[in-house]
Design a protein around this ligand. Structure first.
Ligand SMILES: NC(=O)c1ccc[n+]([C@@H]2O[C@H](COP(=O)([O-])OP(=O)(O)OC[C@H]3O[C@@H](n4cnc5c(N)ncnc54)[C@H](OP(=O)(O)O)[C@@H]3O)[C@@H](O)[C@H]2O)c1
Length: 302
């Protein structure tokens, strides 16, 4: 299933494969497996430090299964140390080079937090605190990203790890409106207000950690999810992914084996009653604090 973008003709596959995988060899095998299973949407980031491996797997995958570049939707993200406008295009070029691509389908501002500009991705002071950059605004960075679209380097842009309050001023001032907003979302963090805003404005809401990042105990063992999975003859992961797609979001998941990639790609609609039951789950839990500080929550530090 593909969701239309507000960029004049583009579409994003609702089911995306996330490449936040710390191990290089595992990045290559998992990305190839995801392509083999049918995923045609890859979510990357310079901060994951594995764009080269993803690019390698993508090139072999395209050749092995006769897939055209245009048939794969590729996203990568600008990291916090590159928010200064003059750093945006070089960071973009470096990502493209590592991925071995000529253009990107989507370029995201990874977080709305600017860190000290420079080569250090996590610049810290003597006390170990992150050094932020107060000399650049989100709009400055956004304008530089808009110019990448103007020059045909990427087809759409968007923010990530952003709250509705932070999104509103960018949305208002943007010449090129955000096409996608990528945030953590699952039944324990439905982000309903942000989702409603996105739907109203034609922005695709792209959910990460739909399986609760695989953290146990967690969503995959939730009694409501498990009961529905048994009822519909699907796995808890398939139920969680179906819920996300049926509520109108795109979704990113990170299976690391071919069997799991096939499982996570093989989703089908669950009944309305099941959707409503999941939406009534009362547990509330944010798993990734990146939205509050810009410091990545799921990436090993150092
Ligand atoms: N914008 C941001 O700041 C941001 C932040 C976080 C993530 N993301 C993106 O979102 C992607 C997805 O996030 P996520 O990794 O948290 O997604 P997720 O799919 O919720 O969690 C992935 C974990 O779930 C487990 N898993 C996957 N399929 C399973 C299945 N069928 N049954 C049981 N367990 C399963 C795996 O655990 P095992 O380790 O056991 O294989 C895997 O590590 C990332 O790769 C990244 O691209 C973006």
């Amino acid at each position: 299933m593909r969701i239309p973008l507000n960029n004049g003709g583009g579409h994003i596959p609702a089911l995306g494969f996330g490449t936040l995988i710390p191990d290089a060899a595992e990045t290559i095998s998992a990305t190839r497996d995801a392509l083999e299973a049918g995923f045609r949407h890859l979510d990357c980031a310079e901060r994951y430090r594995n764009e080269r491996e993803v690019g390698e797997a993508l090139q072999t995958g395209l050749a092995a299964w006769g897939i055209a570049r245009e048939d794969v939707f590729v996203t990568t993200k600008l990291w916090n140390n590159n928010h200064r406008p003059e750093r945006v295009e070089p960071a973009f070029d470096a990502s493209l080079d590592r991925l071995g691509l000529e253009y990107l389908d989507l370029y995201l501002m990874h977080t709305p937090f600017a860190f000290q500009p420079g080569d250090e991705q996590d610049p810290r002071d003597q006390n170990g605190n992150i050094i932020y950059d107060n000399e650049v605004t989100l709009l400055d960075t956004w304008r530089a990203m808009e110019s990448l679209v103007d020059h045909g380097r990427c087809r759409a842009i968007g923010p990530s790890d952003i709250t509705l309050n932070e999104l509103l001023p960018i949305y208002e001032s943007a010449r090129i409106k955000p096409a996608v907003v990528e945030v953590e979302s699952h039944p324990y963090l439905p982000e309903t207000e942000l989702l409603e805003f996105c739907k109203k404005k034609g922005i695709v809401f792209l959910a990460f950690a739909p399986l609760g990042h695989g953290i146990k105990p967690g969503l995959l063992e939730d009694p409501v999810i498990s009961r529905i999975a048994t009822q519909v003859g699907k796995t808890p992961a398939q139920v969680l992914l179906a819920w996300a797609v049926q509520r109108g979001t795109a979704v990113l998941t990170t299976p690391k084996t071919l069997a799991r990639a096939k499982e996570n790609f093989d989703i089908s609609a669950i009944p309305e009653t099941a959707l409503n039951e999941i939406s009534r789950i009362q547990t509330r839990q944010r798993l990734n604090p990146v939205v509050k500080t810009g410091i990545p929550g799921f990436i090993p530090q150092g």
